[in-house]
Design a protein around this ligand. Structure first.
Ligand code: N2P
Length: 385
């Protein structure tokens, strides 16, 4: 066959000019170049994992290490709001292989059929999972079938010690009153107060401050919490769920309602900068919520196999310890603890001890009716309508 082809080619070539032959061969070379590029692109596409995670939530070296180890390219996008993630997930076809909703959102998303079950056979490192954490999450993901914990933490107060002290004598930094009592909030207004742009974070905090159950299911309680928030809302400079890290670290604001590890990252950045800014985190004495951010694979994920590889990689004790050491959040991996920096492991703001845990509550998913009350109150709070 090859010989025949050759003969025909030679015979055919005899009819062509030298230039024509060169043009054809250039064309052939270009064609094969295009085909190679197309093949490489195809191969690269097949070897890609698309991850949608919270901002300021990983040491990027981990992504590079994963790429080196597996040859799978990581496309990594970030968000800072469960609502944003949920809107995308409900619309479908996100193109993501892994997303990271918090427990209460995860629960209703599982019921809405958003995720596929994890294939435990592809997750041998699941042996490292911390059972206490998995058990707590099982209330939201029964049998832990759809998700694995990435990080968990609490929602509290981040503040710049010097700036708050300049404005308030004996400031109640261990209490929600710092931001929810108009007497204090007013004094901090010029310096700057940020709130998380997240009703499911701020409303439970207001409930706890009022002495109510932070996990209350009562619409009346919610309305009372909203009324309290309305009173201090004029003193809030910004609703934002990630900018407070640099705002605190640079001493641009006085206080933020924020997430534990984010505030602790601000603390570390401020102390590295040595500009006289001391950032501290506190879990208010009235209590606050703890939450669990879960790795899950959308039902329509383009590359579930790579998603499992990525999750399995994050379940490696040393890998997830590296993430915790970088982001100052606790993880759900027991085996990782021997690789966690001793000061991180001993920090009760990160790994709460029994005494601290007493002050923490978990907020369940709001039923649609209660969710509407919360959403409406929040919109009114932010827009005045
Ligand atoms: C990371 C924030 C994650 C905590 N910046 C919110 N669940």
């Amino acid at each position: 066959m090859a010989v025949t082809y050759c003969k025909i080619s030679v015979a055919f070539a005899a009819f062509l000019t030298v230039e024509a032959i060169m043009t054809i061969s250039k064309f052939a070379a270009t064609l094969s170049g295009v085909m190679t590029a197309a093949f490489v692109a195809f191969a690269a596409q097949a070897e890609e994992v698309r991850v949608y995670n919270w901002s300021d939530y990983i040491d990027e070296e981990i992504l590079k290490d994963f790429e080196k180890e597996t040859g799978i390219k990581v496309v990594y996008d970030v968000f800072d709001s469960n609502e944003i993630l949920e809107t995308k997930l409900l619309a479908g076809k996100t193109g993501y292989d892994i997303v990271v909703p918090s427990h209460a959102f995860l629960s209703r998303q599982i019921k809405a059929g958003i995720f596929q079950k994890l294939d435990m056979a592809q997750l041998p490192n699941a042996k490292n999972i911390w059972k206490d954490v998995a058990d707590r999450v099982a209330r939201f993901d029964p049998g832990n079938e759809f998700s694995v914990n990435y990080m968990w933490g609490s929602t509290g107060l981040g503040y710049v010690k010097e700036k708050v002290a300049e404005r308030i004598e004996n400031p109640p930094t261990n209490s929600w009153s710092l931001v929810f009592d108009p007497k204090y909030a007013k004094k901090l207004q010029d310096c700057g107060i940020y709130w998380l742009d997240a009703p499911t974070e701020v409303m439970p905090a207001a409930l706890a401050y009022l002495g109510k159950d932070g996990n209350s299911r009562s619409a009346d309680d919610m309305k009372e919490a909203a009324a309290l928030l309305e009173k201090v809302r004029p003193f809030v400079r910004k609703f934002h769920s990630s900018e407070y890290i640099s705002a605190l670290a640079n001493g641009e604001i006085c206080v933020a309602i924020g997430w534990s590890g984010d505030v602790l990252q601000a603390r570390d950045r401020a102390s590295e900068a040595k500009k006289g800014v001391t950032v501290e985190y506190s879990i208010p004495k009235e209590g606050t919520q703890m939450w669990f951010d879960q790795l899950a694979i959308p039902a329509d994920a383009p590359n579930p196999k790579a998603a499992h590889k990525f999750i399995n990689y994050l379940l490696e004790a040393k890998v997830i310890a590296k993430a915790t050491n970088y982001v100052n959040y606790a993880n759900g991996n027991l085996a990782s603890q021997e690789f966690i920096d001793p000061e991180v492991l001993a920090d009760t703001a990160i790994y709460p001890d029994a005494e601290t845990v007493k002050n923490l509550f978990v907020v369940d998913t709001y039923a649609p009716k209660l969710q509407r009350v919360v959403t409406r109150a929040w919109t009114r709070l932010k827009t005045g309508q």
